[in-house]
Design a protein around this ligand. Structure first.
Ligand code: SF4
Length: 94
């Protein structure tokens, strides 16, 4: 059982169309090594109309856990460490 506290996703008008609405949130917080679930979450994010603001939210707020905006924990860590390319905001990465 996942004992992590699941963070509340940002709530605002556009988020109503998020592709993860109604999806079991454990999909976005897979157990270590559960690559099938990671792939499923990334596929859902890939079709999401609010992927970019979701990604920006996660990067700006240094969300440590879970898949947000089509980025895994590891990818976000790398992006935060190296920073976005010059002239590109964090939310535009990817
Ligand atoms: S990008 Fe992914 S995690 Fe973010 S709102 Fe969309 S489906 Fe949910």
């Amino acid at each position: 059982m996942n004992d992590r506290v699941l963070p509340v996703r940002p709530a605002a008008g556009g988020w109503q169309s998020a592709a993860c609405r109604g999806v079991d949130m454990t999909t976005f917080f897979p157990a270590p090594g559960d690559l099938a679930t990671v792939r499923r979450a990334l596929m859902i994010c890939d079709e999401c109309p609010v992927r970019i603001p979701c990604r920006r939210y996660a990067l700006d707020n240094r969300e440590r856990y879970g898949i947000w905006g089509g980025l895994t924990e590891e990818t976000r860590e790398t992006l935060i460490r190296i920073g976005p390319p010059p002239g590109v905001s964090s939310g535009s990465v990817g």
